[in-house]
Design a binder for this molecule. Structure first.
Ligand SMILES: Nc1ncnc2c1ncn2[C@@H]1O[C@H](COP(=O)(O)OP(=O)(O)OP(=O)(O)O)[C@@H](O)[C@H]1O
Length: 252
């Protein structure tokens, strides 16, 4: 079942085509890695897939539902972790969790049990703190809990491991794998190519707004005609247009 689908998805900002006629089809249970250099159009794409930004043209269907016809239904069933989560600074951690639980009308008993499990996994012992007194990593973890506790059918993550310590990043990776084996789907961006290489069932590379290649790692290797290439090799070959990085570094 295709759970994320776009048809000729395009976003213009003035003269700039930040996302240029992208066609995606992500199947249920996949961990899809969306990679690309800075400014390639990853966040803009995620924002259109999750209903926070209107496309200039093209279609978005999530869980078979057209974004234009039923955005609210989609938003209820997905979870989004942006690259810089915004949380009301005056709330305490547990107040934020309860606030989200109320919005989504979660069963309190089940929610508390799930929050407890997640807090244990991520070593969260700071729910009594005000958000304004939390570190970047703490806020990131708090936000993750508030999304994961809802068990959304699709999870969109923009740079999920930035700000997490090594242990939390490892737990998140394992949790996402468990989560998809239970039938959920993950769509994530990352600049950490080792993470994408290890975790993702398929990878799409976006460059200057265009999806330039898509597939499993071995399909990407075939594409660049190099059976031993790492994802980093493939990525750099496709996005640096023959630039010699070693000589750039030498000249610095
Ligand atoms: N609201 C906006 N108004 C104008 N231009 C924008 C806006 N949002 C993004 N852009 C531009 O669109 C392009 C794509 O940006 P986007 O944030 O999607 O890139 P990205 O792939 O997520 O990059 P990064 O890896 O650096 O986070 C960039 O050139 C950016 O400057």
């Amino acid at each position: 079942m295709t759970v994320i689908q776009t048809v000729d998805l395009t976003k213009r900002f003035g003269e700039l085509k930040a996302v240029d006629t992208i066609n995606l089809a992500v199947e249920k249970g996949e961990i899809y890695g969306f990679l690309g250099p800075n400014g390639a159009g990853k966040t803009t794409t995620i924002r259109m897939l999750t209903g926070t930004l209107k496309p200039t043209s093209g279609e978005v269907k999530i869980l078979g539902i057209d974004m234009r016809s039923n955005e609210i239904e989609i938003k209820k069933r997905i979870g989004v972790v942006p690259d810089e989560p915004k949380i009301y600074p005056n709330l305490k951690g547990y107040e934020f969790i309860n606030f989200i639980g109320d919005i989504y009308r979660l069963d309190k008993v089940k929610m508390n049990q799930r929050v407890e499990e997640l807090c244990e996994a991520f070593s969260i012992d700071f729910l009594q703190k005000a958000v304004s007194d939390m570190s970047h990593g703490m806020k990131q973890k708090l936000y993750l809990v508030s999304v994961l506790m809802r068990k959304p059918e699709i999870l969109f993550l923009d740079e999920p491991t930035v700000g997490l310590d090594a242990r939390s990043a490892k737990i998140l990776k394992m949790l996402l794998q468990k989560y998809t084996s239970d039938g959920s789907t993950v769509f994530m961006t990352t600049h950490v190519l080792e993470i994408a290489e290890k975790m993702c069932t398929r990878i799409g590379i976006i460059h200057k707004g265009k999806l330039i290649v898509e597939g499993t790692l071995s399909q990407l290797r075939e594409y660049v005609k190099s059976s031993q290439a790492s994802l980093e090799d493939v990525f750099l070959q496709l996005t640096t247009e023959g630039e010699d990085i070693a000589s750039i570094v030498k000249e610095l």
